[in-house]
Design a protein around this ligand. Structure first.
Ligand SMILES: O=C(O)CCC(=O)C(=O)O
Length: 307
């Protein structure tokens, strides 16, 4: 298993792929994941589907469709699988997805959150057009989400749709006219969003999707008799920070903020100005300015690093 330090040595994307991602705001990497990883992830997902049948399955872990039951499970989402499961944690914080995040971000990455969207067969729900950054604002626009299809995905199954180049465009208001948060572009804004140019990312199981936090994206209902599990993991550049303390589903997870591929940065950029920032003392190790100035300095910061 690679350590956090040697993750940086692995570059699983080419310069051309990285340039594509920068230009278009998305990437599709067909059959990215090895067969053995895929097998492990499918076994994990199947275990959670079984667990989701329990009458007391926690809504903190499972989001289910109306009509979900033990006999006829219809899961919408497994919440924060990186926190829940050691295999998914290894994938996201040390394995090939960590390496991909570091490669795409061009340096150490800060893990933010994860989710497994099941998009169940025969009508698994649509995800309306939206951008992500409004849900969990950060101090820059580096956050990206890496998705892994756990099954083969075709057009009928509600593949992820992305509008190329939209990450450089308008950031839409995801409130409605009455000030209610809808989490989706308003109908009045849709004609400006370039949806006629949307591309739908399909591929064999193990294919990877990547989209930038500002890219307009969404997906249609799954009209096929096959589920479309998509495991999603979000990272920012290490020097980018979430602003409101929110993760997806409203909460950050235990591992939100974990650094992969390198140590905590000493510089951050806010309001366009790059500045040296103190170590992250939030976990302890600091008392007062008097202590630090009257001695040789404090102990190093204690940001969590994977590995
Ligand atoms: O599952 C999908 O197709 C899209 C996922 C997404 O955009 C989200 O969960 O925010």
């Amino acid at each position: 298993m690679p350590s956090a330090a040697d993750t940086t040595a692995v570059v699983p994307v080419t310069e051309a792929q990285r340039a594509d991602y920068e230009r278009n705001g998305y990437l599709l990497l067909p059959s990215f994941l090895s067969a053995s990883w895929l097998e492990r992830l499918r076994a994990v997902a199947a275990g959670y589907v079984e667990a989701g049948r329990a009458p007391d399955a926690s809504p903190r872990i499972f989001d289910v469709e109306p009509g979900h039951s033990a006999e006829n499970p219809r899961l919408r989402r497994l919440i924060s699988p990186v926190d829940l499961d050691p295999t998914i944690r290894e994938l996201a914080l040390q394995g090939p997805v960590a390496e991909l995040a570091v490669g795409l971000l061009g340096g150490p990455a800060r893990f933010h959150h994860s989710k497994l969207n099941f998009k169940w067969s025969d009508g698994g729900e649509e995800i309306k057009w939206h951008q992500d950054i409004q849900f969990w604002p950060h101090s820059d626009f580096s956050p990206l989400t890496i998705g892994i299809y756990l099954e083969d995905v075709d057009d009928e199954m509600g593949p992820m749709g992305v509008v190329p180049g939209s990450h450089h465009g308008e950031l839409y208001d995801l409130y409605d006219g009455e000030g209610h948060w809808t989490g989706a572009l308003d109908d009045a804004d849709l004609p400006r969003a370039g949806l006629d140019r949307a591309v739908y990312l399909q591929g064999p199981a193990g294919s990877v999707t990547v989209h930038n936090c500002c890219a307009v994206h969404g997906s249609m209902p799954n009209l096929s008799p096959r589920a479309r599990p998509l495991l999603l993991m979000t990272y920012s550049a290490a020097e980018s920070f979430p602003l409101l303390g929110v993760g997806t589903n409203g909460r950050t997870g235990k591992l939100t903020g974990t650094l992969v591929g390198g140590p905590a940065p000493r510089w951050i950029t806010v309001g366009g100005r790059r500045m040296p920032a103190a170590p992250n003392w939030s976990q302890g190790g600091y008392h007062t300015i008097f202590d630090v100035q009257q001695t040789d300095g404090g102990s190093p910061g204690s940001e969590t690093a994977a590995g």
